[in-house]
Design a protein around this ligand. Structure first.
Ligand code: NAD
Length: 414
């Protein structure tokens, strides 16, 4: 199931999907000639809706003939979401093994521990339930069940993933990373502090179950932080120089508007299922966008903020975003500036600065601070933040990211 869209099929499918005019209008406008050619690949089967998690047994029976299943999750989610009881009810004919040791920003030792348990129990399918950390852990273990070596071989030595992973079902409980539909698993080597996205077409889950009810238990600050991730990923996707295309852009623009329309409500009213549902969809849309394009500078800059200063991933991504936008707009020329203005326009901003200020207002309105100096970071940290950012650049930014550029972002965000 690897749909490759050519111009004709792409337009046909948009009509078939009955997307609204406003939804498809901005990106289609940008197509200036009919020589467009691009690839959009998204092999994940989606089940979306409140209560969908309770149908997982049926979905597994429909698509797989397996007995030995591994649940990859966090202890705290096991309790909060009553995962064991609910899964045992659904998977009566299966042997369920539980790996509940996922931690935020998963590191290689945890992956290896999960792999050993999976090998010992001859696991045939993995269900990863949680935020990006649990889904990425599940992806990495599923991959290592069929590919030799350790996870560090793939982080550092860039070993090629040559074989299909065992089947994986990804079930998000945050609305942020979009990992349920992405090509990457982000793992940190705890010894070097290098946090790297391992990208392979074999990293895609087979199925994603997006059940917004699972996000109702998220505390306010996690709701905010993961929501910032949606915004950062959508914006960065539109600025990547790699495989940006009208479909990725359509999803990104929609995600941007949905975050501004829904995040504050989701933070203020955690039980509001409409806001939760819209944020779950926004996260999915941003995932559908950036899995094509990858991310750029702000995500690289987020790595040292998370690794050395314990700032949650999404929060760490949004902090430098306004400064990056200013620098891209100033240094990249008209085309990139127009790209940023197009994003700004969908949320009624007329300038790049206004767009950045609107992001900062959203951060404040959802209970957080906007400056590194307010989060305990000092000038003494600058050199290490620059170095670690340079170590994890994606190479997809619209300008060459130098130490000087990262230093400017640091100063503007400080
Ligand atoms: P997370 O998975 O690290 O979870 C953060 C915290 O939220 C945890 O303490 C967790 O227990 C809690 N939590 C999650 N769901 C909850 C719920 N429903 N109720 C109560 N508490 C809940 O956070 P995240 O932001 O979703 O994921 C971040 C990780 O994902 C980072 O490692 C990041 O690099 C990675 N990431 C991966 C991709 C990808 O494409 N693979 C994309 C973006 C980010």
């Amino acid at each position: 199931m690897n749909p490759i869209f050519n111009n004709k099929v792409f337009i046909y499918n948009l009509q078939k999907l009955k997307l609204t005019k406003t939804f498809i209008y901005p990106p289609l406008l940008l197509i200036k000639n009919n020589k467009m050619s691009f690839k959009y690949e998204m092999p994940v089967k989606l089940h979306i809706g409140n209560g969908e998690f309770n149908k997982i047994g049926k979905y597994i029976k429909q698509d797989f003939n397996v007995k030995n299943i591994l649940l990859v999750t966090e202890k705290v989610l096991m309790e909060k979401l009553e995962l064991k009881e609910r899964l045992l009810k659904q998977l009566k004919d299966c042997n369920l093994t539980i790996f509940e040791y996922v931690e935020p920003n998963p590191h290689s030792k945890i992956i290896e521990k999960g792999k050993r348990l999976a090998q010992k129990n001859k696991i045939e399918l993995i269900i990863a339930i949680g935020g990006g950390s649990a889904m990425d852990t599940g992806k990495a273990i599923a991959m290592l069940m069929t590919n030799a070596g350790t996870i560090n071989d793939y982080i550092h030595k860039r070993r090629i993933i040559g074989r299909e992973s065992i089947p994986l079902i990804a079930i998000p409980t945050t609305s942020g990373t979009g990992s349920e539909v992405t090509i990457a698993s982000v793992i940190t080597d705890e010894e070097t502090g290098i946090k790297m996205g391992i990208r392979s077409e074999y990293m895609y889950p087979n199925i994603a179950i997006i059940d917004p009810e699972l996000t109702l238990t998220m505390p306010k600050h996690i709701t905010a932080h993961t929501g910032y991730d949606v915004l950062a990923q959508a914006v960065e996707s539109c600025l990547s120089n790699s495989n940006k295309n009208p479909i990725s852009k359509m999803f990104a623009l929609k995600a941007i508007t949905m975050v501004f329309d829904n995040l504050k409500t989701a933070v203020d009213q955690p039980e509001n299922i409409d806001a939760r549902t819209n944020m779950a969809l926004a996260s999915l849309y941003a995932g559908l966008a950036f899995t094509q394009t990858g991310t750029v500078g702000p995500h690289s800059f987020s790595c040292p903020l998370t690794t050395f200063h314990n700032i949650n991933h999404g929060y760490a991504c949004i902090l430098p975003l306004p400064a990056f936008l200013n620098i891209y707009a100033e240094k990249c020329g008209k085309e990139v500036k127009n790209e940023i203005l197009e994003m700004a326009n969908v949320v009624d901003c007329k300038t790049v600065e206004e767009f950045g200020n609107k992001m900062k207002k959203l951060i404040k309105d959802t209970g957080e601070k906007t400056r590194l100096s307010e989060l305990g970071i000092t000038q003494d940290d600058k050199a290490r933040i620059i170095k670690n950012t340079m170590d994890v650049l994606t190479g997809r930014d619209p300008i060459e990211i130098t130490e000087e550029v990262v230093g400017m972002v640091f100063d503007e965000t400080f």
